[in-house]
Write a protein that binds this ligand. Structure first.
Ligand SMILES: [Fe+2]
Length: 137
């Protein structure tokens, strides 16, 4: 996934679009850290930790805006976020257990599971949210 593939994913709410861009950048950094292998282990942990923190803050931003404007599909959207938080935690656990042995495998999983989830999430539920919030904020 490249930064170019992010462009069509914009939903039109500046604060959220900026965070999504940061999200994609963090995923790219994490892939690089994983591919670096043994030397990258600290970097992998740091990057995963940062990603988890960032994701929490980002989801809170969206959920705060949805709650503030009484978005009717907040619960469903919130559940999608919660599932993603669990997926990241599971991958972090596996990365910790695997050490440098499975870095390449985990890098592929990040590309496929986290990256594709994000693109899919933005294209569907975030876009719906963006259309609802447009003109309200
Ligand atoms: Fe979202």
């Amino acid at each position: 996934m490249t930064m170019e593939s992010y462009e069509p994913a914009k939903i039109g709410i500046a604060e959220i679009d900026e965070q999504h861009e940061e999200f994609f950048m963090q995923l790219s950094l994490l892939r690089v850290a994983l591919i670096d292998g043994i030397q990258g282990q600290t970097k992998v942990n740091d990057t995963l930790h940062y990603l988890e923190t960032f994701v929490q803050e980002h989801f809170e931003t969206e959920e705060r805006l949805m709650a503030l404007h009484q978005y009717p599909y907040l619960q469903h959207h919130r559940q999608e976020h919660a599932n993603f938080v669990q997926t990241i935690a599971a991958i972090r656990q596996r990365a910790l257990e695997a050490g440098s042995d499975s870095s390449a495998v985990i890098a592929v999983e990040i590309e496929q599971r986290l990256g594709q989830w994000l693109l899919g999430h933005i294209a569907t539920v975030d876009r719906m949210m963006g259309e609802f919030l447009e003109g309200k904020i």
